[in-house]
Write a protein that binds this ligand. Sequence first.
Ligand SMILES: Cc1cc2nc3c(=O)[nH]c(=O)nc-3n(C[C@H](O)[C@H](O)[C@H](O)COP(=O)(O)O)c2cc1C
Length: 217
Amino acid sequence: MEVKEAINQRRSIRAYLEKPVEREKVEELLTLASKAPSAINLQPWEVMVVAGEERKRLSRLLVKRMKELQVSCAPGAVSRLPDEFLRRQRELFEVLSPVIPDGMQFQDFINEGSCNFYGAPVALIISIDQVFSSARLTDIGIFVGYLLLSAHTLGLGTCPIGLITAFQDEIKEELNIKENKNIVIGVAVGYPDPDAPINQIKTPRVSLEKIVRWRGI
Ligand SMILES: Cc1cc2nc3c(=O)[nH]c(=O)nc-3n(C[C@H](O)[C@H](O)[C@H](O)COP(=O)(O)O)c2cc1C
C-alpha cells in the first residue's frame, strides 16, 4: 500500500473484533513505528504493550478513576478555546453522534470507550522519560503518526487515547512503569469491526487557507 493511500484511508477505529492480535504482528508494527525520525536520533519513546486480561484489568481501573474524578473528553470538557477550535470540536461531535451504538449516551461512549480502548485487544501505553524537555514530545508525535499509518497498512485499526493521560499515577502503579516517566498517550490496537457504523466515519479537516500562509512562492 502506498503511503498516500494509507494516509487517505486511515481513521480512528472505535469498534473492534474480539480477535486477538498476534504478538509477531505487534512486533512488526512497533518495528515499523521505530523507523520514525527523532532529534539527534534519541528515540525517546517507550512503549508498554498491554493485552488480554491485563488490558481489561487496566480498563476497569481507568473507568473507575474516570468516574471518581469526572474526567471527560466529550463536549464541554474543553471550553476555554477560541471559537474556531470550539467549532471544530463541535463538528467532530456532530459527525460522531448519529452513529454511536444504540442506548448509549454520547459522553459515556467516548469517556468509557476511551478507558476501555474501545474493546481493542491491545493497548499501547507510550511514555517518555522526564529527563527530556517538552520539545521531545514532537518525536513522540511523529512516532505515533508512523504507528497509526503502519497499523493501517498491516490491516489493524487504531485509536489514539489521550484521555488516559489524566491517570498518570494509577497507570504507572498498575503497569509497574517507573515514577520518572510521563505517560504521553495510549493507543488502542486491534482488528476493526467492518460492520460498525462508528468505523465508517471520515472526520472533516479545515481547508489549507485556514492553516497555511505563503511567502515567496
Ligand atoms: C493526541 C490525540 C488524542 C486523542 N484522544 C482521544 C481519546 O481520548 N478518545 C477518543 O475517542 N479519540 C481520541 N483521539 C482521536 C481523535 O478524536 C481523532 O484523531 C480525530 O477526531 C480525527 O479523526 P480521525 O482519527 O478518524 O481522522 C485522539 C487523537 C489524538 C491525535
